[in-house]
Design a protein around this ligand. Sequence first.
Ligand SMILES: [Fe+2]
Ligand SMILES: [Fe+2]
Length: 252
Amino acid sequence: MKILFIGDIYNELGQKSFDKYFAQVKNQYKPNFIIVNGENIEKTNGLSEKIYKEYLSLGVNVFTLGNHAFSRKDFQEVLDLPYVVRPANYGKNTPGKEFVEIKYNDKKIAIINLIGRVFMHDQTDNPFTKVDELLEKIASDYIIVDFHAEATSEKYAMAYYLDGRVDAVIGTHTHVPTADNIVLPKGTLYISDVGMTGAKYGIIGGNVEQGIRKFITGMPERVKPETESILQFNAVLLDLYNRKIERINIFE
Ligand SMILES: [Fe+2]
Ligand SMILES: [Fe+2]
């Protein structure tokens, strides 16, 4: 079982990079199953039904989200789509699904999305105790966790906490790919961050000028996405049978 996991596709240039590289990567690595972090995929951040349908028709199987899960007006409808999962540790009455289970031939794959609490702004529940709760309910053949978090310490703690209990813990959110892909002692595949798909020149996908100005003035400012840049495409290939995790980093 080979799973391709594509890191945060960020806004317009993220879609452009996906359009440019997805088919090539898919042909080269021949994954059985494809997961995309789609929390920033639209211009407004968040995921839309239009993109969902389009990407599913191209072979994507499921979308994970993050802190931008609720950014669009139509978030409720999008969260109700069958192959969309939002971070499980938002509050009890939050719309959307805490995990999705998808059949692949005679196997079942569960995808869990969790959000971190270190340097993150939303008042979420404890992701460690939440994932314990979920793992009691899930009886899939394979379990993949997207841990959408800022701090590598929290990500490593989650990775070791879940080692041997899930097949992979994949970090998203920082938009910067790390080089620490590892097979943990009990067999779980891990990377701190897959990295983003979108502008190569930018401040984690945002406009450079605004991104710098914000730090100089200290004034709050909504940084617009970078719209003119060469591209990057970041993903990992999880080989669950051979217990391997390979980075795929395309930088123009
Ligand atoms: Fe993101
Ligand atoms: Fe995020």
